[in-house]
Design a protein around this ligand. Sequence first.
Ligand SMILES: [Zn+2]
Length: 107
Amino acid sequence: MAEIRSPRLLFEECRRYTAQLSELRMLLEERLHEARAELARVRDPYDTRVRQARHDVAAIEAALERMDRGLYGTCTRCEAFLPLDRLRLAPHVQQCAACAGEARMSA
Ligand SMILES: [Zn+2]
């Protein structure tokens, strides 16, 4: 039988989720700012730092776009929810550990 939940609890959950999203948005914007500063600082286009910063900017912008579309926080491959700890460490990463090839598959 379906669970009946009080509107107050749902409201609390919604508030917590919104707070987590704005925390992650702040992290993303901070990192975007840093990556753009790196691009402005290092002029040589063949410098590996420039390549890394360009990659970071693209990944962060994609993550912010997913956030605006309400898709942020789920894996782009399998649509599993990404753990908050993972997002706090790398807020631009949009794949779960398994899809990103971080976890070894068991036979
Ligand atoms: Zn996945």
